[in-house]
Ligand binder design. Sequence first.
Ligand SMILES: Nc1ncnc2c1ncn2[C@@H]1O[C@H](COP(=O)(O)OP(=O)(O)OP(=O)(O)O)[C@@H](O)[C@H]1O
Ligand SMILES: [Mg+2]
Length: 335
Amino acid sequence: MIQVENLTKEFKIYKKQPGLKGAVKGLFSKEADIKKAVDNISFNIGEGEMVGYIGANGAGKSTTIKMMTGILVPTSGKCIVNGIIPYKDRQKNASQIGVVFGQRTQLWWDLPLTETFSILKEIYNVGDNDYKNRMEFFNEVLEINEFISSPVRTLSLGQRMRADLAAALIHNPKILYLDEPTIGLDVMVKENIRKAIKQINQEFKTTVILTTHDLSDIEELCDRIIIIDKGKSVYDGSIEKIKDTYGYMRTVQTFVKEINAAKQIDISKEFGLAEEDAVTWMKDNSLFVSFNKNKISISEIVGHIMSKVQVMDINIKETDIEEIIKKIYGHEVKL
Ligand SMILES: Nc1ncnc2c1ncn2[C@@H]1O[C@H](COP(=O)(O)OP(=O)(O)OP(=O)(O)O)[C@@H](O)[C@H]1O
Ligand SMILES: [Mg+2]
């Protein structure tokens, strides 16, 4: 369904020089830095798959989505979506994809939703019967009837996101791109949106590509994740495999008094371990160590911390997927 091969996108960033003189000079100067936002990425996605595309801020997620949707032209490499090259065949591409950018709406701000939907019906040439059925379905899973007569600008963020999702699906696209569809939403609305996405995928075999910073989205929806870091793909596979591979990881949290002194502690350095075998970080008044239990014991770690600072309480757990993924971003661990 989607073939991405050695896909790369570079942005030219023109250097700004300070002051008015610099600004004028900047108009004529051709000096530019090249920023590789997406760096030689390849993957295939089959029909009906639901894939999570994740990475830290600035990793290149949105840039990849924009190339897949035809908004951006790749610097090099290939992107073929359902047989066509998105940026070359925009119209055909538009008929087979739906897109939601959580950060901004695609809806007409001043129009009531009903009107927006009828316009989209015309644009995408949706037949009367299909339209009726789909609107019924959206009402069932997204409960859009509650606010269908209101102008978009009066909707709450959660309502707007539900409306955006419905609008992206009105022509029953084969592929749905969701760029942070649950951003800023409360837990209840997040849950509704996830349910709706799941149902759409199951009912219509829609292929879904989803970026998010909320790993619960991924755990609930995606069998497969692709992790990118600084534009490069660092993992492509199941969440289960990550969990299995990292099943030996544990995390210990120690509540400490002397925060500044605790910040100096770095277990991997102090025990001469590889960086990925013991990652130390501080959050609020806790010192966290995520470690490989085959390489170092809990008592060694806690003993060491207690020799440096006063420890008030200790909490130990299996390292969760979020920490593992952060570790993968941070150290480009290949699985
Ligand atoms: N139009 C542009 N011009 C120059 N640089 C850009 C442009 N768009 C994106 N970038 C840069 O490319 C990199 C990747 O950006 P991108 O928006 O794809 O990241 P992201 O993974 O979606 O991040 P986030 O999680 O914050 O949304 C960033 O360093 C960003 O600053
Ligand atoms: Mg983004």
